[in-house]
Design a protein around this ligand. Structure first.
Ligand SMILES: [Mn+2]
Length: 419
């Protein structure tokens, strides 16, 4: 009988909605509840696969906004595992360190929450001894490697280390207990159950080192199918891993090229076939789409002007395709030249030129910058990144907004009354 466990991390329960673009209340509800649904599907997987343990390598919670509702939810899920005889081994990550409720929750005695001192728990199943070694760091910041604190491998057992770490660094993730994969391999453990980085990675070698990634994406920057790792330790002590899908809603970018489209229904038809293709390739129940229209079409100006109608049509198509949602519509269309063929000055062309020139002027930019900064300051901290994370980001945002504003005014003038 093999020993089996499920390894997950970074569930981030109660993570606030990070996209301001989720304008449909149904979609906001779907995405808002998805992390919780993914956790239920992880527990379901544990029960159907009759595993011996569930390992949670940190960041079960997102921060200090963890609610009583979540506390009750977790207690009921832990009870399901407890009743099935499945042990839970959990460490805290940098986000859990901020959570007040996580310190007060009382779980069944089959749940081990590792504390600030390294601890080892031996579990025997199917004649195989497995030693789980874990350590939680109490602060949200851990600048040094935690690896030296882990005990040496226990002889006669298969050793599993549970650690929250940024490894050698990963874009978009805070440095946390950094360490090298090579050092993990040489520590003598059979398996390293890691957490923190939201993108899955597997590092085979002397031991099996797995970063499972987030089990449910929270916004378009966490696109693609998400999963957990099902680990099987065979009688001969070899370790096998399988990736198992867990996400309920999958974010996906879809680009649609409009080259060659002439009439509005052509555009809608292209969108429809792109969403149908997506639906056949995505296994996750719900697909949440950021749609980007590219290419050149004589309809460009009309599409820019009537973007709201286009979005409404895309939403309708998505609904017809089924379990498909529009997160956002982006237009990066090549706009046809405004110059008249015979070289006679077109007043709209001249106006567009002068708007572009004004948009580049210092005074205009300074005014626009001040306006954007005022909006940013009025938003809660989680919503402030839309205009870039720093000065350079803000400049890029201004470039984009000013250019698309000029295009929108031009589009309204250019195609006024034609649709
Ligand atoms: Mn983390």
């Amino acid at each position: 009988m093999p020993f089996r466990f499920v390894h997950t991390a970074d569930i981030h329960l109660d993570s606030p909605l990070r996209s301001l673009a989720l304008r449909s209340p149904d979609l906001a509800e779907l995405v808002g509840d998805a992390s919780r649904q993914a956790f239920i599907s992880i527990v379901d997987l544990c029960l159907t696969e009759r595993v011996d343990a569930l390992v949670i390598a940190g960041d079960l919670y997102d921060g200090d906004q963890t609610s009583m509702k979540t506390a009750r939810f977790l207690a009921s899920q832990m009870t399901r595992l407890h009743q099935a005889g499945i042990k839970v081994f959990k460490i805290r990550g940098n986000h859990d360190a901020l959570s007040r409720i996580s310190k007060q929750l009382v779980f069944p005695d089959t749940v081990t929450i590792f504390g600030g001192r390294p601890q080892s728990v031996l579990q025997t199943a199917g004649g195989i001894d497995v030693a789980f070694h874990g350590l939680s760091f109490a602060s949200p910041k851990a600048p040094e490697s935690l690896l030296p604190k882990y005990p040496a491998a226990r002889e006669g057992a298969v050793n599993v280390g549970i650690m929250h770490t940024s490894l050698a660094g990963s874009p978009g993730h805070d440095v946390y207990a950094p360490c090298n994969v090579a050092d993990l391999h040489s520590h003598g453990f059979g398996y390293w159950a890691l957490g923190h980085i939201h993108v899955r990675s597997v590092h085979p070698g002397a031991s099996t080192v797995v970063m499972p990634g987030i089990p449910q994406g929270r916004d378009i920057n966490e696109a693609g199918e998400k999963s957990v790792t099902l680990v099987t330790i065979r009688d001969d002590r070899t370790i096998e891993i399988e990736e198992r899908p867990t996400s309920i809603a999958q974010f996906e970018r879809v680009d649609v090229d409009l080259d060659g489209t002439v009439e509005w229904p052509d555009v809608v038809g292209r969108v429809r076939s792109a969403l149908e293709d997506l639906r056949t390739s995505v296994r996750t129940r719900h697909a949440v789409v950021r749609l980007t229209l590219t290419g050149a079409s004589p309809l460009s100006w009309a599409l820019i002007r009537d973007r709201d109608l286009l979005l409404a049509e895309a939403e309708q198509v998505a609904e017809q395709v089924g379990d498909t949602w529009m997160e956002k519509l982006e237009l990066t269309l090549a706009t046809p030249s405004l110059e008249t063929p015979d070289g006679i000055a077109d007043p709209i062309f001249e106006l567009a030129q002068s708007m572009r020139a004004d948009a580049g002027s210092q005074a205009f930019r300074a005014e626009a910058r001040a306006l954007v900064q005022k909006v940013v300051a009025d938003l809660p901290p989680d919503g402030r990144d839309f205009a870039g994370k720093d000065e350079a980001g803000l400049d890029l945002f201004l470039d984009k907004v000013l250019a698309s504003g000029a295009d929108l005014v031009t589009a309204r003038l250019k195609s006024g009354g034609s649709q």
